[in-house]
Design a protein around this ligand. Structure first.
Ligand SMILES: Cc1cc2nc3c(=O)[nH]c(=O)nc-3n(C[C@H](O)[C@H](O)[C@H](O)COP(=O)(O)OP(=O)(O)OC[C@H]3O[C@@H](n4cnc5c(N)ncnc54)[C@H](O)[C@@H]3O)c2cc1C
Length: 349
């Protein structure tokens, strides 16, 4: 194992994985450490949905983030010779008059034309949508679990991956940093929600959100589109699907609950009644690294220039992480300024 590297990376979720991938592609040496706990990235639905919320608002940065995400996942697919990003259309159920009015407004806004069909679509017979259905465009989902296991094998083959818990007290901070005999120019923390225990970065205002998600199976033949009805439905094949996810700010643990399962199943059977008899194959829970102002935390520590963070991607990791891996890389290698809205220095220590 190399004793000296450019970057020590903590955490092999989607953030640590894609940042490590970019650094390696640019000739940097890394040592990546992960404690192998099931993480948010592995259980995430991986959805990319440009227009969200009750008011059907387009993500402000979508025109930058989406092409970069698609290109990155395509590059990784070519490299590993398998698909990771599945483009799939999404039908959004109009749930009330307010949503309908927002939709009518968006239909007259040319900047939404790439993301929303300006005419309502006919509901499939199995779907309950009395106020109508919107056809969303440029939606899809990332097979994050599969991508992370391919990347882990790749890092292992390059001998730059170590499965263990990183302990903060053994980090020696000088001009270079040293941890268990490995020295590096910088350490980059990509710890997801576990950053709240990080002695250098826990001052950042995370606003964590637990999420639970179900994988289910039915005898019924499923519709081919994804559905969005507050919760979402993703058909994986003709009979298996994922649905969720719950959003919970108070009980921040990774245990699954009957309460979340009941909520997810109730909205599902209201929208897609034929799935009332579908069976739950798997229920998973984890914690999203969401932040107070909904923007990521990226950059160097205000006092220790060899400590860095790449975190806070909230509920939108699949969309944001590819672009910000490249953005941060440019900052690390060429001192290109970080966007102010994502720079962790926007908050005082
Ligand atoms: C139920 C659910 C559904 C979601 N659905 C979507 C979705 O549809 N679309 C979307 O874009 N996003 C979704 N998300 C959010 C998405 O999961 C996150 O944005 C993204 O995964 C965050 O990645 P990360 O690498 O920052 O964190 P994580 O995936 O949590 O990875 C952090 C890693 O660091 C490791 N680690 C932490 N501390 C240490 C340490 N001290 N030593 C060693 N290793 C350590 C952890 O074990 C973990 O492997 C969902 C999340 C949940 C919970």
């Amino acid at each position: 194992m190399p004793q000296q590297v450019d970057y020590l990376i903590i955490g092999q979720g989607l953030a640590g994985s894609l940042l490590s991938w970019e650094l390696l592609q640019h000739g940097c040496s890394i040592h990546l450490i992960d404690n192998q706990q099931e993480n948010a990235s592995q259980i995430a639905a991986g959805l990319i949905n440009p227009v969200t919320g009750m008011r059907l608002v387009k993500n402000n940065h979508i025109d930058t983030l989406l092409p970069c995400a698609k290109k990155t996942y395509q590059t990784l697919s070519q490299f590993f010779q398998t698909d990771f990003y599945i483009e799939k259309s999404m039908l959004r159920i109009i749930r009330n008059e307010k949503e309908n009015l927002s939709y009518q407004k968006r239909c007259h806004d040319p900047s939404y034309l790439d993301y929303l069909e300006p005419h309502l679509v006919q509901a499939p017979r199995s779907i309950h949508a009395p106020l109508g259905l919107i056809q969303q465009k440029q939606t899809g989902y990332l097979l994050t679990h599969k991508l992370l296991s391919h990347l882990k094998n790749y890092f292992q083959a390059l001998q730059c991956y170590q499965a263990c818990q990183f302990d903060y007290q053994n980090l020696q901070l000088n001009d270079t940093i040293t941890w268990q005999g490995i020295s590096a120019q910088k350490i980059i923390f990509c710890e997801g929600y576990q950053a709240i225990n990080n002695p250098w970065f826990s001052y950042l205002p995370f606003q964590l959100a637990k999420g639970e998600i179900l994988t289910m199976r039915t005898e019924q033949r499923l519709i081919p589109q994804m559905l969005n009805y507050g919760h979402w439905f993703i058909p994986l094949d003709a009979h298996q699907f994922r649905t969720g996810a719950s959003f919970e700010h108070n009980h921040l643990d990774t245990k699954t609950t009957l309460k979340a399962q009941a909520q997810i199943l109730a909205t599902l059977s209201q929208t897609y009644p034929a799935l009332s008899s579908a069976s739950v194959e798997k229920q998973q829970a984890n914690i999203r690294p969401t932040t107070l102002d909904k923007a990521p935390f990226i950059g160097l520590h205000p006092k220790h220039q060899n400590l860095a963070i790449f975190n806070g991607f909230g509920a939108k990791g699949s969309l944001q992480i590819p672009y910000y891996s490249q953005h941060f890389l440019q900052h690390l290698l060429n001192q290109t300024p970080l966007e102010e809205r994502v720079n962790c220095l926007r908050y005082d220590q």
